[in-house]
Every structure is written in structure tokens, then in C-alpha cells.
Ligand binder design. Structure first.
Ligand code: TRP
Length: 373
């Protein structure tokens, strides 16, 4: 089976080992001990990197570093988005300065030209959920690509960088990195490079520093471009970017989790009844077709979406997860029973999350009325 991965399109079943080779990534291993506290790293869901050593060293030597990533404001905030949020919040707990870009200009150029709607989605779906999940606004710059800063000096520096980078890339390079290329994609690639690099400008962190960019592996072309250009532009002394790559969380029905198909995900706004219904009806099962066969051969947790959702974070306890795996594989646990475990975990989580969202809502209302966002 073949697959295709570009920043704007992911099709087919992704072979991660093949990707590591093709893209020239490194498997992620030998992390500082703090990373054991985060199940996404422990369970190798974040599986590969470029130049992560620089970040490990910064953490071990208690030196400043930044984490930068971006979000496409589209559709509902679902568990795929939560996985990124969990990483951001984890880096914040390690002391990283956080930069978070809303890719509204990229969205304008590639899919949705309604800037008002993009803004609303970014705030009501993404920012509120980030805050409810534990993101702190202290030591965090949350910004829109279209409105970098109210401070003109900062804004000028960011937009100048995005434009100056163009001098240091060639058309053939764009073609090699992105395949099919359009002016909109070219401009998005350069702006994203500025997103990733601008923390190191005098107007922002005031010095060159290590920056880690956690992304889905589809975003690697953007990183290749930014990394290449950053070392050619000599007016700035950019420290080479580091990056990590996570696996895609499977969609509810297996296949892709897609914002445009509500039966392919659980959103963090779904209520308990909807959640239970969706899981019972749609969650792809790794079980056998008949009870008899299941008891004999057991289920396959690798392809079972309920198990995978537990693994991607809903069951944080490794021992409990392992026990579920063993029981399911041995045929002792049935697919329906596994689904009920997920439903319960999910609803516990959503209940607490909804409480946190009420608080987050208030914070966002304040930010909006003071004109800070
Ligand atoms: N292109 C990213 C996406 O499609 C969004 C993005 C914009 C981004 N700027 C970024 C990601 C900087 C990482 C770093 O989701």
C-alpha cells in the first residue's frame, strides 16, 4: 500500500519507519528523564526528531529554550489537537518559552478565505481548549499570523523576516520540497519559516536560542525549508531549529481523523451521550467477527481504535494499559467491554474538562475585552 504525505495532503496508510528513512529523520531516544512523565514520549507516539540534542542539553543545563508550533483553525477541537496541546503544556512545564501561531494567513491561502470565521474558531475552539487543558498565558506568546503584535517594532521584525527569507530560497528548492507549488503555498512556507525562526530575533527573545518545533510528520517539508534557509541568511545568526514528529492519532473509524467528518473523531465539546453513541457505533474494532473466534484468537490492539485512544492518553497508567492489552489479546476481554472502558475514561475526562472550560472562557473574555487578542 502506498501513502502520500505533504503539508496539505495525507493519504494512505502511513509507514513511519519508511518515513524516517525517506525524510532523513532520527528515531527519538535517550531523552532527559523528565520526558518519562509524559505518556506521549514514553509510548513513542512522538517518535522521531531533528537535532533534538540541543533541546536535551538546554533542559539538562537549565539554559533557556523556546517551543514553537502553529495551528490551522478549522472545525472542532478533537483528540488529535489535544495531543499537540499536551506536548505544548509539557514543554511549558519544563520551562520553555512558548510561541503559538494561529495560521490564519496560511488557511486563507490554502482553504478558507473567511478571516473572521478563522479568528473565531482559533479563539473559541483552540485557545479555550488549550487553556482548559492547562496552558498558562505567562511565558507564552499566542498570536495570529495576520496580527503578529500590537507593538510595531516586533511586528515589523516578524514581517520583514518573512519577506527577507525569500532571497535565500530558489524555485527549484520549493519544487523539490513541496512537489506541486503555488504562490499561496510558497508564501505560507516562508511565513511558517518566519514563525519558527523569529523567536531568535533581537526584538523577541533578544538572542539566538534553541527552538523546538513539535509537529505532525506531514509538516516536515516546512522544517526542511526553514532549516536550510536559516543557515544561509547571514544577517542573523540563527541556531539551527530542532523538531519532533508525532504519529497521527487514528480516526474513530480507523483511517484519518478529519475535522470535516464528525463521525471520524470525538470532539472535546461532545457530550457524554453523543460520545458513548459514537464509540459504540463507529469505533473501529480489532476484535474477531464471532464470540467464539474472539475467545480463541483474541483481539488486535494495534488496529483497535478504542485501545489506541487509551494509549494516546486517556489511560495514563502504563500498567493498566498493559493489563487491558493482555486481556484483549488473550480473548478474555471483548471488543464491547473495551469500548465501555474507553467510554468511561472519555466521559471522566470530558466532565473535568468542561469544568475547566468555564474558567478558560472567562479568561478569554477578559483577553478579548482588553483587546489583547
Ligand atoms: N502549517 C501548520 C499546519 O498546517 C500550521 C503552522 C503555521 C505551523 N506556522 C507554524 C506549525 C509553525 C509549526 C510551526 O497545521
Amino acid at each position: 500500500m502506498t501513502f502520500k504525505i505533504t503539508p496539505w495532503e495525507v493519504t494512505g496508510k502511513v509507514d513511519y519507519d519508511k518515513l524516517i528513512k525517506e525524510f532523513g529523520l532520527q528515531p527519538l531516544q535517550n531523552l532527559p528523564k523528565q520526558f518519562n512523565n509524559c505518556s506521549l514520549f514514553r509510548r513513542k507516539i512522538v517518535f522521531a526528531h531533528r537535532d533534538f540534542k540541543r533541546i536535551s542539553e538546554a533542559i539538562e543545563n537549565k539554559k533557556p529554550f523556546a517551543m514553537m508550533t502553529g495551528l490551522m483553525p478549522s472545525g472542532k477541537f478533537h483528540f488529535g489537537h489535544k495531543m499537540v496541546a499536551d506536548q505544548i503544556i509539557f514543554y511549558q512545564s519544563l520551562g520553555a518559552k512558548i510561541y503559538l501561531a494561529v495560521a490564519d494567513l496560511e488557511a486563507y491561502n490554502s482553504r478558507n478565505p473567511d478571516m473572521k470565521e478563522l479568528r473565531k474558531t482559533a479563539i473559541k475552539e483552540y485557545l479555550i481548549n488549550y487553556l482548559a487543558l492547562g496552558l498558562k498565558l505567562k511565558n507564552c506568546e499566542f498570536y495570529f499570523q495576520s496580527h503578529r503584535s500590537k507593538d510595531g517594532v516586533k511586528s515589523n521584525a516578524y514581517y520583514s523576516l518573512a519577506n527577507m527569507l525569500a532571497r535565500h530560497a530558489t524555485f527549484n528548492e520549493f519544487k523539490a520540497i513541496y512537489g506541486e507549488i503555488t504562490p499561496g503555498k510558497m508564501s505560507s512556507g516562508l511565513l511558517q519559516a518566519a514563525d519558527m525562526l523569529h523567536a531568535q530575533l533581537p526584538e523577541f527573545e533578544g538572542k539566538s536560542l534553541p527552538v523546538v518545533v513539535p509537529v505532525g510528520v506531514d509538516q516536515d517539508p516546512h522544517l526542511r525549508l526553514a532549516r536550510d534557509i536559516s543557515q544561509r541568511i547571514k544577517v542573523f545568526k540563527f541556531i539551527q531549529l530542532s523538531s519532533t514528529y508525532h504519529r497521527f492519532i487514528p480516526g474513530l473509524k480507523s483511517g484519518k481523523m478529519s475535522s470535516s467528518d464528525p463521525t471520524s473523531y470525538i470532539a472535546l465539546t461532545d457530550n457524554p451521550e453523543e460520545t458513548a453513541k459514537k464509540i459504540r457505533k463507529y469505533a473501529f474494532s480489532g476484535g474477531q467477527p464471532t464470540l467464539e473466534e474472539h475467545r480463541k484468537k483474541g483481539g488486535n490492539p494495534e488496529i483497535d481504535v478504542s485501545f489506541q485512544m487509551l494509549k494516546y492518553g486517556l489511560e495514563p497508567d502504563d500498567k493498566k494499559l498493559e493489563q487491558i492489552k493482555e486481556e484483549y489479546e488473550s480473548g478474555k476481554m471483548l471488543s464491547g467491554e473495551l469500548k465501555e472502558i474507553l467510554i468511561e475514561k472519555m466521559n471522566q475526562f470530558l466532565k473535568e474538562h468542561n469544568k475547566q472550560k468555564i474558567k478558560a472562557n472567562k479568561v478569554v473574555e477578559k483577553l478579548e475585552s482588553s483587546g489583547e487578542i
